[in-house]
Design a protein around this ligand. Structure first.
Ligand SMILES: Nc1ncnc2c1ncn2[C@@H]1O[C@H](COP(=O)(O)OP(=O)(O)OP(=O)(O)O)[C@@H](O)[C@H]1O
Ligand SMILES: [Mg+2]
Length: 351
């Protein structure tokens, strides 16, 4: 049976090589999630988590050497867990690099991209990733592709939106909020400001605020994250947010409306100061365009009302227009894919 399957795969890939098919791939390598999108129209997103069974017993019971994404999270008590990307950077330890490679191979498998065809990929990474970190990522990924390039994620988002001139992208991720000016060329260090007040920070704030408000209540960051993803908002509440919280041996229904609002709003000041700085240091002839073309991206852009509240704050500094990206999960990967497809063929010969 196994042999039969192997023959079929080899036959299929041989045909494709003969056809000289090229597969273009866009990848968004994030702290929280990794998304992939291919020129065949396939896309997938998984949590950037890898789990390795702690011992032989766990390995036998789970029947796998490695688990990825949600599956790893589900069995985490039996696993050594790796999050190879931290605060937007790929960690440079051997185990993390191996985990990142495994993650890449796994997600490529999900979109049928582990076949023997020519593959050209662009990987979007946080705008602040250093030259060294970009090199580490290229090195880690090069075995998978015939050509690979690393590009700044906000640039990929802007490319996907078709907004390459005088655009301010505010990418609210898990580890960092990256604010980046895009103006035709690939962004330079001066075009970017990064803050560590993003999704993880909101979760930690929520835990702190709940335990301050309610004595004896202990909430984990994971639970706070779930509540946040379900009910996040800034500005005026639309309804009371009530959750079940275990206290001693019973479960109480407690309101966390105020805490959710305060935690979500804790990232606003850094975003505003970043936006204000990037507008004021831009070419004065084009500042008006920039302030009226602000795009929110990343999972944090799903916070209800965040575009409205930022718009109001902007009124205090001469106004501006804020838009929400409609597909925050895939816009980085889709933009990276479009960019890969638009690169001239000569580019890939040297990439
Ligand atoms: N509905 C929601 N409301 C608020 N936050 C949300 C919502 N959905 C997802 N998030 C948060 O968005 C963050 C993940 O965003 P995203 O997937 O863009 O991050 P990432 O690209 O992996 O991280 P980074 O850009 O920091 O590397 C998490 O903190 C997650 O909890
Ligand atoms: Mg991101």
């Amino acid at each position: 049976m196994a042999n039969k399957k192997k023959v079929v795969i080899e036959k299929a890939s041989a045909t494709r090589v003969k056809e000289n098919k090229t597969l273009y791939i866009g990848i968004d390598l994030g702290t929280n999630h990794t998304a992939i999108s291919t020129s065949e129209g396939k896309k997938k997103s998984i949590l950037s988590i890898v789990g390795i069974p702690r011992d032989a017993v766990a390995s036998k019971f789970l029947k796998k050497e490695r688990l990825y994404g949600d599956e790893a999270l589900k069995h985490r008590v039996a696993l050594n867990m790796f999050k190879p990307i931290e605060s937007g950077l790929l960690k440079n330890q051997r185990e993390d690099l191996e985990a990142a490679k495994g993650l890449l191979q796994y997600i490529m498998g999900l979109v049928d991209a582990n076949r023997d065809v020519k593959k050209y990929a662009i990987i979007g990474v946080p705008s602040q990733a250093s030259v060294l970190n970009k090199k580490i990522i290229t090195e880690m990924a090069k075995d998978f592709f015939d050509g690979v390039m690393v590009a700044s994620e906000p640039f990929c988002v802007a490319y996907n939106l078709g907004e390459l001139e005088h655009t301010l992208v505010v990418d609210i991720g898990a580890g960092t909020t990256d604010i980046c000016r895009v103006h035709g060329t690939l962004p330079e260090p001066d075009d970017q400001i990064s803050s560590n007040k993003a999704g993880d920070y909101i979760d930690a704030e929520l835990v702190r605020l709940i335990s301050e408000e309610y004595a004896n209540v202990r909430v984990t960051n994971e639970v706070a994250k779930k509540w946040k993803e379900h009910s996040s908002f800034v500005g005026e509440p639309e309804e009371e947010i009530v959750v079940d919280i275990p206290v001693d041996s019973s479960i109480l229904k407690l309101s966390i409306t105020k805490e959710i609002r305060t935690a979500c709003e804790s990232i606003i000041p850094d975003i505003m100061s970043g936006i204000s700085k990037l507008i004021s240091t831009y070419d004065p002839d084009f500042q008006e365009y920039l302030r009226n073309n602000i795009w929110l991206a990343g999972g944090g852009s799903l916070i209800r009302n965040i575009d409205v509240v930022l718009g109001k704050e902007l009124e205090l500094i001469d106004g501006g227009k804020v838009f929400k990206d409609t597909d925050p999960v895939f816009s980085g990967a889709n933009g990276a894919l479009k960019l890969a497809q638009d690169m001239p063929p000569e580019f890939w010969q040297t990439a």
